[in-house]
Design a protein around this ligand. Structure first.
Ligand code: G3P
Ligand code: MG
Length: 241
């Protein structure tokens, strides 16, 4: 198995503010060995670890991510939405996040977001550069994206890197994208997954990971189906398994 049976979603986002230093540190404290996090782009091109394309849910500011540069974003409080005790949390760059995850010895499922204010071509070269500067454990990295062009560009540029096809519902023609980008894994929302899909994916020698599994019984059922790992907001749900 390349990734782990339990992957902490956005860090452990039910236990700490998502995609923050606290979330990643707490993931490691829980004994979890992998995290999933989202890379996104500011108006000035800075790559940050942040899920949304708007600021309102996670910061005290309004507006779109496209409208802010790093000089503003670095001061945004990304912790208070979760709890006043996290008001010191600040948005993190991709590079700082990679360095922290390395320090914490965590494996990484890096999900590349592509929102309307940029294209895959605008972020892939900088993501490659950040990873080559800051990442060290190539056996513990899977890059996934809902955007097929991200996967195509990455495969062309770095054919040996581990890629994951990411879907909400796995489409019938998933194998055509797989043939193009040679992934190691398929990632999907668990609600739509059916046993024949698991069987077909495993028959191709690929792994399968499901999000966002915040229900212990669902996780056990998925493992029984042959799913390799669950991406969860709360790894504590699976304690003792
Ligand atoms: O990578 C799995 C999952 O994170 C995809 O959805 O919206 O939580 O980033 P989202
Ligand atoms: Mg994600």
């Amino acid at each position: 198995m390349r990734a782990d049976r339990i992957i902490a979603h956005r860090g452990c986002s039910l236990l700490r503010p998502e995609n923050t230093r606290s979330a990643f540190i707490h993931t490691q404290e829980l004994g979890i060995r992998w995290v999933e996090t989202d890379v996104n782009r500011l108006g000035d091109g800075t790559l940050v670890v942040f899920h949304d394309d708007h600021l309102g849910r996670l910061t005290p500011a309004d507006g779109r991510l496209a409208e802010v540069n790093w000089s503003t974003a670095k001061d945004l409080d990304v912790g208070s939405h979760f709890g006043a005790e996290f008001s010191d949390e600040r948005m993190m760059t991709l590079r700082d996040t990679l360095a922290l995850l390395h320090e914490l010895n965590l494996g990484l499922n890096l999900e590349v977001k592509v929102y309307a204010h940029y294209r895959a071509e605008d972020v892939v070269p900088d993501i490659i550069a950040a990873l080559e500067d800051e990442w060290h454990d190539w056996e513990r990295l899977i890059i996934s994206s809902f955007n097929p062009q991200v996967l195509r560009l990455l495969h062309q540029a770095r054919p040996t890197w581990s890629l994951g096809l990411l879907f909400e519902k796995i489409p019938d023609d998933w194998q055509s994208l797989a043939a193009e980008v040679q992934p190691v894994s398929v990632h999907c929302h668990y609600a739509w997954l059916r046993q024949p899909q698991v069987d077909a994916i495993k028959a191709q020698g690929l792994e399968i990971y499901c999000y966002t599994v915040n229900d212990r019984k669902a996780g056990i059922m998925l493992w029984d189906m042959g799913v390799d790992g669950v991406i969860t907001d709360n790894p504590n749900l699976f304690a003792g398994l």
